[in-house]
Design a protein around this ligand. Structure first.
Ligand code: MD6
Ligand code: FE
Length: 206
């Protein structure tokens, strides 16, 4: 059996098919306002195979100068659209965190895209979890501990699954090794969408 690192929670089938369909329509509206673009690796400028956009007050971007959160789309120069209320509800229901997310990164994978092992650590608030939602084709997701080069375990993420990285699992290394094309009919042209909800700034004391 694959035992997930402490603080990592996999919620298979969290969203039913109708909820997935409704969410895809909301993401289509986000992408219409804030088109998918292809980020670049810092320094090398190597393009990501995953295309990205964001919604929320802040969005995660990557270019030659580094990784950061910013309020404007790097290509259109416009503010990111708002995070759909459905996703804020999902955060309220899964994060066990008293403040709302400020950023939702939208990742789009075609059948050849993958995402190397990484930590999510560009947020000033590491007390909040990162909550992710998968839509469309299944993928092989790899996750390990907080140290690069340690043991990893792999799991399949399918459409409707939610994954929460919190507590001790917040800084777990993770990545997407491959897609399983044709495993979902949710997206008309196939592919996979992953949404990650993040609190970025440290909230003011209550
Ligand atoms: C993906 N997910 O599933 C990439 N990060 O396409 C992530 O990088 C991720 O699923 C932080 C927390 C949960 C995640
Ligand atoms: Fe990540």
């Amino acid at each position: 059996m694959n035992v997930l690192p402490k603080g990592v929670r996999h919620l298979p089938g969290f969203l039913d098919r109708a909820a997935q369909q409704a969410l895809v329509e909301e993401i289509r509206a986000v992408v219409a306002a804030a088109p998918l673009y292809r980020p670049q690796m810092p320094r090398t400028g190597k393009p990501f195979s995953v295309r990205m956009t964001n919604c929320g007050d802040l969005g995660w971007v990557a270019d030659r100068t580094g990784y950061r959160y910013q309020p404007l789309h790097p290509e259109t120069g416009k503010p990111w659209p708002a995070i759909p209320e459905t996703l804020l509800d999902l955060w309220r229901g899964t994060s066990a965190y008293p403040h709302l997310p400020e950023a939702c990164l939208v990742n789009f994978y075609d059948e050849t895209a993958r995402l190397g092992l990484h930590q999510d650590r560009d947020e000033a608030d590491l007390d909040a979890p990162v909550v992710s939602v998968s839509l469309g084709d299944a993928c092989l997701f790899r996750i390990g501990g907080p140290v690069k080069g340690g043991r990893t375990t792999s799991l399949k993420l399918v459409s409707g699954d939610v994954l929460v990285l919190g507590g001790e699992g917040r800084l777990a290394f993770h990545g997407v090794d491959r897609l399983y094309p044709g495993t979902s009919a949710l997206l008309r042209k196939g592919g996979r969408i992953n949404l990650t909800l993040r609190r970025v700034t440290r909230p003011m004391a209550l």
